[in-house]
Design a binder for this molecule. Structure first.
Ligand SMILES: Cc1cc2nc3c(=O)[nH]c(=O)nc-3n(C[C@H](O)[C@H](O)[C@H](O)COP(=O)(O)OP(=O)(O)OC[C@H]3O[C@@H](n4cnc5c(N)ncnc54)[C@H](O)[C@@H]3O)c2cc1C
Length: 483
């Protein structure tokens, strides 16, 4: 298709061509009078760009034809799934020349192979639909995160999403066996392997996962499924300190083994925001303790077995002074209620006002020291600053967010302090051998910071890979690697 197209095609000719490729109802433009803000604005409403057009192909061949046309015309492409990313990676810049490639019409479950424990789905499938399809086949697709009702599997893989089950099942990367990808040249790589072993050269799948739309467009994936546990039990425990939370994690790992599928920590201020903005959720135990922990035990035997394991674990934890109070959910509904509180923290935070978000990972053993030191440095820098600290402690991943002192204007707080706070927190992360992005990715929000914290040799290799795979620089430019 691209062979017919001259170099540096005028924008209007490109749009006309894209209309012929995907059908005119699937190419949206401002001129057509459509409000494009759902595609042009990011989830946190921190960036609002302007696209030449929003293009919605319906299958892989159409994706390939769109990429060929954009490459021939010299227009860059921003791939987008559910647009729930948190690092400004899925929205266009404000040049008005980028093509926003929405993958949401590629939403078929192509196949489920129960004997091989795999399913093949298209990139635009919403995560919850993937979970449901696995469930209907009597199996489990364990990737789970608060945005699962609107994020897509393509976006999950492009950001190597984590979520609440990583402790047991790994990130999106560990759940992916094969990919179908449209390259920057508009070719299709047919890599939908369901193999668990394949040592035939460089691992392109692992390279593409986590590349945030900068190396190729994921159009489909073969995913790993797991047997469904017989029972999932959830407990909510008050712990006297972060040290105690880390010790409780070690105890839970030794007692529950692979049954421990979730271990989340939530600071008192984070829970107070849920209590304030969503009082109907009735947050347990938060007033009496600096941290609460949410534990999930997925048992392959029975509920009786899971309950007795949990009781023994909590008894030992009480005796060791690691837990001061605890509740175990009596029903699935109660368990969902407890998880809902945890997953409501980001929304409660947003209600409180804009804040400076961090998604960091630190070796678990160093988390108490990191928090003690960083809390103190921030308090010294900005007296009265409020810390919304919560996250996937089992994976060493904290959402260590910084909120303006009570009564201060959040917008002014961000304008004045964001740069300095980021540097302070990231320097601390580096001192504790951590990462400035545990799961959300780099996007454009952290692209300028990456050179300060990434090994220089790794960064050079990354640039060489980008150059080799996308020499024209048309795939999501400026994301991950700053110009
Ligand atoms: C309330 C909330 C909770 C969240 N919780 C978590 C969490 O616990 N763990 C976690 O890891 N993340 C979390 N996230 C962020 C997370 O990255 C996204 O929700 C999700 O993985 C992105 O999927 P998406 O389809 O919305 O992708 P988008 O936001 O559309 O895109 C994200 C990135 O992937 C690229 N991309 C999208 N689709 C494709 C494709 N098919 N091919 C190539 N590139 C593509 C985009 O260009 C962009 O760079 C959360 C977000 C929200 C709003």
């Amino acid at each position: 298709m691209s062979a017919d197209l001259p170099e540096a095609l005028p924008a209007s000719t490109l749009v006309g061509h894209l209309r012929r490729v995907v059908g005119s109802t699937h190419v949206l433009t401002q001129d057509g009078g459509t409000d494009l803000s759902a595609w042009e604005q990011d989830w946190r409403k921190r960036a609002h760009g302007r696209a030449l057009a929003v293009v919605r192909p319906g299958n892989t061949d159409e994706v390939a034809a769109v990429v060929q046309a954009c490459a021939a015309a010299g227009h860059s492409i921003v791939p987008q799934g559910g647009n729930t990313g948190l690092v400004v990676g899925s929205v266009p810049d404000d040049s008005g020349s980028q093509v926003l490639l929405s993958l949401t019409r590629l939403n078929r479950v192509r196949a489920i192979d129960p004997a091989n424990l795999t399913m093949t789905v298209e990139a635009g499938c919403v995560l919850q639909a993937v979970q449901d399809a696995a469930d209907q086949a009597g199996l489990l697709f364990p990737l789970s995160l608060a945005a699962e009702g609107s994020c897509t599997i393509g976006g999950n893989l492009a950001t190597n999403a984590g979520g609440t089950q990583v402790l047991r099942y790994g990130n999106a990367r560990e759940l992916c066996l094969g990919l179908e990808v449209v390259t920057a040249q508009g070719e299709v790589w047919h890599g939908l392997s369901g193999l668990r072993k394949d040592n035939t050269g460089y691992d392109l799948r692992d390279l593409l996962v986590g590349s945030e739309g900068t190396l190729g467009i994921i159009t489909a994936a073969t995913l790993k499924l797991h047997p469904r546990p017989a029972c999932r039990l959830t407990a909510w425990a008050a712990v006297p300190s972060l040290d105690a939370a880390v010790s409780l994690l070690g105890l839970a790992q030794s007692r529950l083994g692979a049954g421990l599928t979730g271990f989340e920590v939530m600071g008192q201020f984070a829970l107070s925001l849920v209590d304030r903005h969503m009082p109907q959720l009735r947050v347990p135990l938060w007033q009496q303790t600096p941290f609460c922990v949410l534990l999930e035990n997925s048992d392959s035997e029975s509920e009786t077995h899971a309950r007795s394991q949990f009781e023994q674990l909590l008894e030992s934890a009480f005796e060791d002074g690691l837990v001061t109070d605890a509740v175990v959910a009596e029903s699935l509904q109660q368990a969902h209620g407890l998880w809902h509180i945890r997953e409501s923290i980001p929304l409660a935070q947003a209600e409180e006002g804009l804040n400076i978000k961090h998604d960091i990972s630190i070796p678990v053993s160093r988390i108490p020291a990191f928090c003690a030191e960083t809390d103190a440095l921030l308090q010294r820098e900005i007296p009265g600053v409020r810390l919304v600290n919560f996250g996937h402690l089992g994976d060493g991943n904290l959402h260590y967010n910084v909120q303006a002192p009570a009564g201060d204007d959040p917008g002014a707080f961000l304008r004045t302090h964001e740069e300095r706070v980021n540097t302070l927190v990231f320097d601390q992360v580096a001192q504790h051998q951590g990462s400035i992005s545990a799961e959300h990715g780099v996007g454009s929000l952290k692209a300028a910071k990456l050179p300060h914290y990434k090994d220089p040799v790794a960064l050079t290799l990354m640039r060489q890979i980008k150059q080799a795979l996308d020499p024209q620089g048309i795939l999501n430019p400026g994301r991950v690697l700053s110009p």
